[in-house]
Design a protein around this ligand. Structure first.
Ligand code: DQQ
Length: 578
């Protein structure tokens, strides 16, 4: 009897398993039919290109980072956000996300919406200053319906809340208005303010080829100084999102914005609207007279001091008091069309936050991804002391090539063969990279990395170096070549490039590249030259993507060290729909 029951139960179970299989097959069959009918297949579906460890809101348009801050144990990132669509519209809001480690984020409610007479056409970019007593204050640009820009104040409703979820606009707004109509559309993006020994606050605001200086005793009443803090004689157009901060000469820590002593220099960065470049100059700022003597000019094409030679705009830095470092964020715009943004439902990324320090010897900034990003690394693959022969291609296997962190150092043993470079070619690295692409064979280089490559290499993004001789000196060119990054042809595939201030006679040439699906952020020479690219491969996505080291020069190059890791995804949560 018992045996009969067991057999019946087994029969029932098998019938159930069989039915389940039939059901699954039926569903798959129906899917296939519907795919055939509507002409699509799962393989043909367009990839969404969302990234796994770069900051992105869940949907819609995002641009400039605003008022980044460390407050009561929490990192805050505010940003320009269009809550209604994935394209830019003037009526922008300030969105808000928080993090404990700058990598994993929780999205909170928006904090500023364009609702008042002075900002009803957009709550535009601005910064946060910590006032005496530790209260944060936002200064931001309001754009009104007449397209007149003004500077405005907002304070937290409850400053004991470490999440700073609610902010109140000041009843004194607008605090700063244009002096005449010619400035209406060219007066925006206040920096973090700094306080002098005279207890007077200073802030700079972007203008047409200049940055205005304003002073205040109480953070409410502001007076414009007769002279801008800095300006250029040539026509450079609107300077958006200025940033002005001290850097330590010889020190290893970042500095708070109001620090003033003899062992510092100041950096002035402006976002040049005409060419969407974030350019900087270094100089000496005299606090009592408010004179800023820059050591070079913004238009100095020879020096070309730019945070990043690829896509990297409207950046903003802040002082992280928890780790005594200055951290830089920037908006990474899309290279893709508005049409595709609408299809994807989102547009815009933030860079991986970078620490900034002054390289005293070269008088240039060095940028490096914050240390916290290293905790996403897994599955390390290493190469030590291996010759990368002329014409060689080495695949780096066993990591997720579409989500990776790669660090490599190259040693050059034979510099004799370096090609001579005419002095006139030393001016525009980008132009030189466009004529000396990865596929163009040289002597010392091109050598470097091929990322987001498809199996047959039809798709590939290459980050590489070329070493040339100029008289008795050697020059190192770094390029990021997107020309073959996708089979798609409907987006910008520019080649970016710049020189790296390293001497290959005495120094190794290093490269770190962060790959995250549709973004490639590269740091040459330990962060002296940075290049960010947006790419949209069709084949080299997810598990299909591959990673290589290559040398398309005739001269062998030694890989002294290469470490590559798969990168885990960061966590993004939403506390409330925003
Ligand atoms: N974006 C903001 C402006 C700023 C520009 C508007 C820079 O305040 O000048 O979204 O991208």
């Amino acid at each position: 009897m018992r045996v009969m029951m067991i057999m019946q139960q087994k029969k029932k179970m098998w019938t159930f398993v069989l039915q389940l299989h039939v059901l699954i097959l039926l569903v798959l069959f129906c899917c296939k039919i519907s795919c055939i009918l509507d002409g699509s297949s799962s393989m043909e579906q367009k990839p969404n290109y969302r990234t796994a460890y770069h900051f992105q809101p869940p949907k819609n348009w995002m641009n400039d980072p605003n008022g980044p801050l460390y407050y009561k144990g929490v990192y805050h990132l505010f940003y320009q956000y269009n809550p209604t669509s994935p394209v830019f519209e003037t009526k922008i809001s300030w969105a808000h996300s928080v993090s404990r480690d700058l990598i994993n984020w929780v999205h909170l409610e928006r904090i500023l919406d364009p609702t008042d007479s002075y900002d009803n056409n957009g709550c535009w970019s601005g910064s946060i200053t910590i006032l005496p007593g530790g209260k944060p204050a936002i200064l931001y640009t309001g754009n009104n319906l007449n397209d007149m820009q003004s500077q405005n104040l907002a304070m937290p409703k409850n400053s004991s809340d470490p999440l700073l979820r609610e902010w109140v606009k000041s009843e004194h707004n607008p605090l700063m208005i244009p002096v005449d109509e010619s400035e209406y559309k060219n007066f925006r993006d206040p920096t973090t303010a700094w306080i002098g020994l005279d207890r007077i606050w200073r802030v700079i605001i972007g203008g047409d080829g200049k940055v205005f200086l304003y002073k205040s005793g109480d953070f409410i009443g502001w007076n414009r100084s007769d002279q801008p803090l800095h300006s250029t004689l040539g026509k450079t157009g609107m300077w958006e999102c200025p940033d002005f901060y001290p850097v330590s000469v010889g020190g290893k820590n970042g500095l708070d914005t109001s620090v003033f002593n003899g062992r510092i220099k100041h950096v002035l960065k402006v976002s040049v609207m005409n060419n969407t470049h974030d350019d900087y100059v270094i100089g000496r700022y005299e606090e009592l007279t408010d004179k800023f003597e820059a050591e070079s000019e913004f238009m100095d094409s020879r020096l070309q001091m730019r945070y990043d030679y690829g896509k990297f705009y409207a950046s903003k830095s802040f002082f992280d008091s928890a780790k005594s470092r200055r951290i830089l964020w920037a908006w990474i715009p899309e290279s893709d069309s508005e049409e595709n943004a609408i299809e994807k439902g989102w547009a815009g990324l933030q860079s991986i936050p970078r620490t900034i320090l002054l390289d005293e010897r070269r008088n240039r900034l060095i940028q490096w991804p914050v240390k916290e990003i290293d905790k996403l690394r897994s599955n390390e693959v290493k190469i030590r002391n291996k010759m990368l022969k002329g014409g060689a291609l080495i695949e780096i296997e066993d990591i997720t090539a579409s989500q990776a962190d790669v660090e490599a150092s190259f040693k050059l043993r034979n510099l004799e063969a370096a090609e001579e470079l005419d002095g006139k070619n030393l001016v525009n690295g980008s132009l030189l990279c466009s004529s000396r692409r990865a596929s163009v064979r040289g002597a010392i280089g091109p050598f470097g990395l091929i990322v987001l490559a498809s199996e047959g290499l039809e798709e590939q993004t290459t980050i590489f170096f070329h070493v040339f001789r100029n008289g008795t000196k050697y020059v190192v060119l770094m390029c990021s070549d997107q020309s073959r990054s996708s089979l798609r042809d409907d987006f910008e595939k520019d080649t970016y490039g710049a020189f790296v201030d390293v001497n290959p006679l005495h120094e190794e040439i290093s490269l770190r590249t962060l790959v995250d699906g549709s973004i490639v952020e590269s740091f040459g020479g330990g962060g002296l030259t940075c290049i960010t690219a947006r790419v949209y491969p069709e084949l080299a996505i997810g598990k299909e993507a591959r990673l290589y080291m290559f040398n398309n020069g005739t001269i062998d190059v030694a890989i002294s060290r290469m470490n590559a890791w798969s990168m885990k995804s960061a966590q993004f949560h939403q506390l409330l729909s925003s």
